[in-house]
Structures are given as structure tokens and as C-alpha cells.
Design a protein around this ligand. Structure first.
Ligand code: 5MM
Length: 337
């Protein structure tokens, strides 16, 4: 199969009008934090058990079309001895891989960050492909402050995302491009809109310069939200602000926009997606999810590391996946919770 056909097939398998992506790609420090909250130690075996529980949830493939995995998970097996990427694909959930590493301060731009991991990425991706990964994900992180992100920060981060995406596509791997403007700040929704618009503008400029095929990528942005220290915005306000920014910056050739949840609670993230789809019904892209916490948190709190809670935890995951699927068509209502 040519790389072009591989890319097209993966997009067709991942993008439709009712499913979304499950982000289960927490790095070791992040999963340790999530497990600590439920008093579970982050051992390789516990991570395997948890991620196997997620991917073997009966019916999950009705609502989830792709899952982002961490490197370790690609080589782990479920209880029946099947490799987890194959377990996912049994339910028509396309397995993918997080390839970004940690972040570091960006020299010359105090307050801005840059993500590491580009060295040797091509070789790594070839290995991940043999393990079943058909798409990849790279996240750049943008904290908001009075002078951040700086123009240099926006440009350098966009360049990284574009170089990563071009490498992926050369190898027939669909890139998820994730520029995350953080919520953990004190800004209002207007400032988030301003920054997100600048960031996405720089990202699509860089993608164009690096000849990235927009038809064969997925954008994973933040919603436009006030910082956590501010009052919470209503879903219709979030939807209007988010769609305004996306319409100004994201070309219609991009097939799907899959939001991260970014620290919103699970019901808030579903309500916001619902309003975005109600208001954006005529948008040129699918408007979907690539949630980590907002899909996993209720299941994690139900599981608390105990085998006897596994089935209930899977039901909790399935409920969030189903409600977010309803939100894809604007049919979610908080009374369904
Ligand atoms: C922003 O984080 C991504 C989406 O998760 P949320 O919906 O919870 O915001 C997520 O895919 C993230 O990139 C991974 O969990 C990896 O994060 P770390 O911080 O471990 O690299």
C-alpha cells in the first residue's frame, strides 16, 4: 500500500460523525499522578491492567474510533494474551502512539516551553508501525501570561508541530497535531481566544510551509475557555468563542477537530462539546473529542485498582463515551447523567 493510501485509509477508519478518540497515552509521571489519587501504585503491571480494562470495554468501538497509547502499551498484552493494539483494533478502534517527550523552557523566550523528541523520530515511528500504530500524536504546550506565548514561542512551537507532522506523513502515519493553550492560568475567555487564534494561525502557516497534507491530519486543540482561576463560562459562550477562532484559522480541508479536555470535569467537557456541535452544525470539519481525563476519570474512580470493580469501571467509561457521542450531534442533555 502506498503511504498516501495508508494515510487515507487511517483517516477513513478514524473519522466519522459519531465517534471520538480515547487518549490513554499518559507518560509515567502523569499516570503516576492519576493512580496516586486512587491509591494505586504506578507499576508496569498496574498500568497494563488499567489500559487493558479500558480497551476491552464491551461496545467501546461503537463510540470510540481511535486510541492514543503510550510506548509501553504497544508491547503489552490483555488478559487473554493478545497485544493491546490488536485488542483495540478488534473493536475497530485504531491504535496510535504518543511520540512527544517532555517539555523544556524555550531559550530566548522566557515563560514559553518547547517539546522535545524530534531526534530519531522517523526510525522510532517505523518501529511503532510494526507494533500496530497507524497514527501518532505530538503536543506543544502554551502557558498564558502577560507576555506569553511570545511571537518566537508561537513560531518555534508551530515549527516543531509541522516538522513532526511532515515526518509522520512521509511514513504513512496520520499525525494528530496538538497545540494546547493551557487552562491553568488566570486569563479570561477573551484572552484565551486571542492566544488560541494566534497559535493556530502560526501552526497552519508552518504546516503549509512544510507541505503537510491537511486532508491527512487531525487537529487536537483546546476549547476556548477562561483560565481555572476565573468564573466558569457557559457552554454556549464556550461554543461561540471556540467556533469563531476555529473558523478564522483552520482550513476546511482538515477532516476532523478532536478537542482535548484539558482539566475540565467530565460533564462540563461533554456539555461544551454538545454546544459546539449545536452551534457548529454547518462547520466543514467533524467536531469531536480526544479526551483523556474527561473520559477516564469516572472509570478510574470506580476501579480504584480492584479487579471486582472492573466491569463497573468499564460501564463508567462506556457511559462517558456514549454521552460524548450524543454530544457529537448536539443531542446530549445534562439530565442524562
Ligand atoms: C492535554 O492532554 C491530552 C488530552 O488529555 P486531557 O483530555 O486529559 O486533557 C493527553 O493526550 C496528553 O497529551 C497525555 O495524557 C500525555 O500527557 P503527558 O503530560 O503525560 O505527556
Amino acid at each position: 500500500m502506498s503511504t498516501q493510501s495508508e494515510l487515507q485509509q487511517t483517516i477513513e477508519d478514524m473519522v466519522d460523525d459519531h465517534r471520538g478518540i480515547l487518549a490513554a497515552d499518559e507518560s509515567h509521571p502523569t499516570i503516576a499522578k492519576r493512580f496516586k489519587a486512587i491509591n494505586v501504585e504506578s507499576t508496569e503491571e498496574n498500568r497494563r491492567v488499567w489500559r487493558s480494562l479500558l480497551l476491552t470495554t464491551p461496545g467501546l468501538g461503537d463510540y470510540i474510533s481511535g486510541t492514543i497509547l503510550f510506548e509501553e502499551t504497544l508491547g503489552q498484552k490483555g488478559e487473554e494474551g493478545t497485544l493491546l493494539p490488536q485488542v483495540a483494533w478488534k473493536q475497530k478502534i485504531v491504535p496510535g502512539i504518543k511520540v512527544d517527550k517532555d517539555t523544556a523552557p524555550l531559550s530566548g523566550a522566557p515563560g514559553d516551553l518547547i517539546t522535545r523528541g524530534l531526534d530519531g523520530l522517523g526510525e522510532q515511528l517505523q518501529g511503532y508501525k510494526t507494533q500496530g500504530a497507524r497514527f501518532a500524536k505530538w503536543r506543544e504546550v502554551y502557558p498564558i501570561a502577560r507576555h506569553n506565548p511570545t511571537p518566537l514561542g508561537r513560531q518555534a512551537n508551530a515549527e516543531m508541530l509541522a516538522r513532526y507532522a511532515a515526518i509522520c506523513q512521509e511514513l504513512g502515519v496520520v499525525p494528530i497535531v496538538e497545540p494546547e493553550v493551557l487552562m491553568e492560568c488566570e486569563h479570561d475567555i477573551g484572552r484565551c481566544a486571542e492566544v488560541t487564534e494566534q497559535v493556530l494561525h502560526a501552526v497552519f502557516h508552518a504546516l503549509h510551509q512544510h507541505h503537510v497534507s491537511l486532508e491527512h491530519m487531525i487537529l487536537k486543540p483546546n476549547m476556548v475557555l477562561p483560565g481555572k482561576a476565573c468564573r466558569r463560562a457557559e457552554p454556549d459562550e464556550v461554543a461561540a468563542a471556540t467556533l469563531r477562532v476555529l473558523r478564522r484559522t483552520v482550513p476546511a480541508a482538515v477532516p476532523s477537530i478532536n478537542f482535548l479536555s484539558g482539566g475540565q470535569d467530565d460533564e462540563e467537557a461533554t456539555a461544551n462539546l454538545n454546544s459546539i456541535n449545536q452551534l457548529g452544525g454547518n462547520a466543514p470539519w467533524q467536531l469531536s473529542i480526544s479526551y483523556g481525563r474527561a473520559l477516564q476519570q469516572p472509570a478510574l474512580r470506580t476501579w480504584i485498582g480492584k479487579t471486582e470493580n472492573s466491569a463497573a469501571a468499564q460501564q463508567a467509561l462506556l457511559k462517558r463515551a456514549r454521552l460524548n457521542s450524543l454530544a457529537r450531534t448536539g443531542e446530549y442533555d445534562p439530565s442524562m447523567e
